[in-house]
Design a binder for this molecule. Structure first.
Ligand code: GTP
Length: 598
């Protein structure tokens, strides 16, 4: 097709500002989807995605738009995942575009992901068309929000489009603007083929489907191709584009967006950000920007019923087929048995994976508290990476511990600045800046340890600002911190699943909370059970579960025969849910109570 008539764009927005609704309206107005085939939010296809109302997988739809100049343009609308965990995927989706519609809810204003996505779009060199959305709402304040957006982009506030994705008002004008302002792709149609992979997913019948944007040249059905970073070689079984249905064609040329199917069985072979070329007479230089994403958050996942271990392994294998960012290895815990240490991009990624394991694979799981990856330098100069607090070396051998830090942006009405600054101080934050977006709204910047964010930062931020603050962050690097391993001992034995790395100043408070919680949850046993929280050999908190008194047991096991049988049965049932730590029986529930502590 004629390259000069192609327009590739994304819609970027803060969560809930109306990205999917606008996309639906565009598909409907261009008759890409007829009214009957129209589901709400066609682009968000996964069930979980719908329930959580967020977009996880990027998608790409070809749309024919006949503009007022009478010319029919070929638009590709590339959907982006709108969450900080998936920033790299967003950046690759934007790398496949020349333009972006920036949607801002006119009843809310600029939020943290508005900023983060705008920065990514600017970095990618995109033409940005800002739109104030939800103008149909009585609470819309287009004048105020236009001011915020104008400041952000250096535009004339009166020139910013006023629209409603819901009613369709202004949407056609946006498409006109898009066709005028967003430049056509500039790749070389006669060059050696190069395509950027901006998403890939595994289909159990067809294998890996790679979503691509052709940059130079042409790829055809049957071509032998090569992914330049992963060194994967395969043949193209099918090539096509989305309407939004997969529609096969014979080739894709420079500027076009679509998919290739190769029969490969593993998404790690065609990773997001990699460059596809042909095996013969292919390109020698890959497209810029390839990065292998690293897991940032780790937790142990254990089946509540030990018999489910093989099923958990199978389920993780299946999920990995479709999730190149998921990383896991077997882990054995004295307390929780056989399970896996799993690495995720962030907390949302973790929640999604866990929920899918429980829901789609019917597994009941215990997850240990999430932690981040630490770097440790030992006194003998050796370097370690620690993803599991129970692997943390003896404090005597530790010369330095480093942990990942982030630069966080928090946007909020100005009356909450004080309480948020307080929260950030409590979380070991360092103030990094503050700007007014408008008379009433503030952007507060802090450097914070990722481990504190992983704990409960977001919930606290939301509750202290009644939901009015939004948060986005990027990892900025590792910093040395005074971290110690806090262990929990039951009857003198350390419970590996409950160890954690905490800042030294917080270890005492944490230790006390943990010991108190456990004391309430562990039933009486034949002996007194001491519960201790300790840093190395230094005990920082202590509680005791007192032994049974003789008459209590006697009373229990008296009574009539049926009552006794029932008790025995219940006891047997309960046994399954007990874990043995040293000589102490700990109910599963005690671990849950402590681990969900956050
Ligand atoms: P994520 O996919 O979670 O990032 O959200 P999104 O930005 O795609 O938002 P979505 O389109 O799901 O819209 C969020 C909510 O706002 C939904 O309840 C929509 O019905 C509503 N909404 C979207 N656009 C408009 C609009 O123009 N007017 C009104 N009144 N409501 C809208």
């Amino acid at each position: 097709s004629d390259q000069s008539l192609i327009r590739n764009f994304s819609i970027i927005a803060h969560i809930d500002h109306g990205k999917s609704t606008l996309a639906d309206r565009i598909l409907e107005m261009t008759h890409t989807v007829d009214a009957r085939g129209m589901r709400d939010q066609v682009l968000d296809s996964m069930e979980l995605e719908r329930e959580r109302g967020i977009t996880i997988k990027a998608q790409a739809v070809r749309v024919a738009y006949t503009a007022k100049d009478g010319i029919t343009y070929q638009l590709h609308l590339i959907d982006t995942p709108g969450h900080v965990d998936f920033t790299y995927e967003v950046s690759r989706s934007l790398a496949a575009c020349e333009g972006a519609l920036l949607v801002v809810d006119a009843s809310q204003g600029v939020e943290a992901q508005t900023l983060a996505n705008t920065y990514l779009a600017v970095e990618a060199g995109l033409e940005i068309i800002p739109c104030l959305n939800k103008l149909d709402l009585p609470g819309a304040e287009p004048e105020r929000v236009a001011g915020e957006v104008a400041d952000l982009l250096g535009e004339d506030p009166d020139a910013i489009k006023r629209i409603s994705g819901k009613t369709g008002m202004g949407v056609e004008e946006v498409l006109e603007e898009l066709v005028l302002r967003v430049p056509p792709p500039s790749g070389d149609p006669d060059g050696a083929p190069r395509a950027v992979i901006f998403d890939s997913e595994f289909d159990q019948y067809r294998g890996v489907v790679a979503y691509i944007r052709m940059v130079d040249g042409t790829l055809k059905k049957g071509d032998a191709i090569r992914a330049m970073a992963a060194q994967t070689e395969a043949d193209i079984d099918e090539i096509g584009f989305f309407t939004p249905k997969m529609t096969a064609t014979d080739k894709l040329t420079a500027g076009e967006v679509g998919y290739v199917i190769t029969g490969l069985k593993d998404v790690t072979l065609l990773r997001v950000g990699d460059t596809l070329t042909t095996k013969h007479h292919g390109a020698t230089e890959a497209l810029p920007g390839y990065k292998e994403v690293q897991p940032m958050v780790f937790c142990g996942l254990f089946p509540i019923d030990g018999d489910d271990y093989p099923d958990l392994r199978d389920a993780l294998e299946k999920l990995t087929l479709n999730d190149a960012a998921l990383d896991w290895q077997p882990e054995t815990s004295d307390a929780l048995g056989f399970g896996f240490r799993v690495g995720f991009l962030g907390l949302l990624h973790m929640d999604i994976v866990r929920e899918r394991l429980e829901r789609e694979y019917n597994l009941e799981l215990i997850g240990t508290m999430p932690s981040v990856g630490f770097e440790v330098t030992l006194t003998n100069g050796e370097e370690l990476e620690v993803h599991n607090p129970s692997d943390f070396p003896d404090p005597q051998r530790v010369a330095e511990v480093r942990e990942p830090f982030v630069r966080a942006q928090m946007l909020m009405p100005k009356e909450y600045v004080g309480t948020v600054m307080e929260l950030c101080q409590e979380k070991r934050g360092e103030h990094a800046g503050m700007h007014y977006l408008s008379a009433d709204r503030v952007n507060l910047e802090y450097d914070l340890p990722l481990s504190e964010i992983v704990m409960d930062f977001f919930d606290q931020l939301k509750s202290r600002t009644r939901g009015y603050a939004s948060l986005d962050y990027e990892i900025t690097g590792m910093r040395a911190s005074n971290l110690v391993r806090l262990d929990v001992l039951l009857g003198g034995d350390a419970v590996d699943a409950l160890s954690m790395l905490v800042h030294k100043d917080k270890a005492y408070a944490f230790g006390r909370t943990l010991a108190e919680k456990l004391q309430k949850k562990i039933p009486r046993q034949q002996y007194d059970v001491p519960i201790q929280a300790a840093i190395g050999s230094n005990v920082v908190a202590r509680e005791t579960v007192k032994a049974f008194r003789k008459d209590v047991t006697a009373k229990c096991y008296g009574g009539d025969i049926s009552r006794k049988r029932k008790l025995l049965e219940r006891q047997k049932e309960g046994k399954k849910r007990m874990k043995q730590v040293g000589r102490v029986e700990v109910p599963q529930e005690a671990f849950l109570a402590v681990l969900e502590l956050g």
